[in-house]
Design a protein around this ligand. Sequence first.
Ligand code: ADP
Ligand code: MG
Length: 320
Amino acid sequence: MPSEFELIARYFTRPTTHTLLGAGDDGAIVRPSPGMELVISTDMLVAGKHFLADADPEALGWKSLAVNISDLAAMGAQPRWALLAASLPEADEAWIAAYARGFFDCASAFGVDLVGGDTTRGPMNFCVSIFGEVCPGRALLRSGATAGDEIWVSGAPGRAGLALAHLQGQCVLGEPALGECLEALHRPQPRLALGLALAGLASAAIDVSDGLLADLGHVLDRSGVAATIYADRLPEAAARACPGDPVLARQCLLAGGDDYELVFTAPPSRHHAIMDLAATLGLALTCIGSISDKRSGEVTLMDAEHKSLPVSRRGFDHFA
Ligand code: ADP
Ligand code: MG
């Protein structure tokens, strides 16, 4: 295996586009845009916990940065710089090269400069830190939802969970759904354009990493409100992808992780602006419910006859 410094020079050093001093010194130097606030976040991917040891390295490289960009999207912030701390066993160079390719693909797609990091030998583990910018006071927080707000979700939540269920033998997906679900699991698309556009529209936002209900629950807790979700308004993509098992499809939609869609709230006066935004972005935005004035943090799931269905943050109770 090449030395730590050869690895860094060969695979983790690329020209930067908006950085005063990138990797190679004891620290990087960046100049935030005048008057902007910095939004900072970090996420760790651990072998055996967040990915399997035989995971495709290129997809893993993409995903390790994409999940961080997703956090900034959920804040309404423009990602600008990233750090990568990598712990690698005696992995082969082809593996590291593929990982770096995926990482830099994602970096160029979203305008992020990799400005430094750390490389050590050890159990496989990738920790990315990200720095982005937002106009003062415009960041989207989890705490901003108020009674009467509508609840929206982007894209087709549930697909990553369905892909995992397929890989674990719990269901059999057919094409083209299988390909779309695997893509959602392995190469999640952070909803950055959406997050940036929502900075003037939404009252609260979060990205779905743990499951729609679980992550909506964080918004409810931080905002001190409760929610009603209408089952017949939920996006249909998951059910269409898995026609043989509608219960599993619903479970993946409500409680499957790893989707990196955005769940957000906005006052009803913004409804048409959000529908227009969906058309502009070419991205489905679905109004799935509303915030109530109860302070309990609870989610009530209603069927088409407006009867409440049993639900917990992990999904339907009979799965709990
Ligand atoms: P130090 O010992 O001063 O911490 P290192 O030898 O760890 O320096 O790193 C040398 C340079 O390479 C630093 O600029 C660091 O930011 C960069 N670097 C190390 N690992 C990575 C990585 N995985 N990706 C990008 N840059 C890295
Ligand atoms: Mg170091």
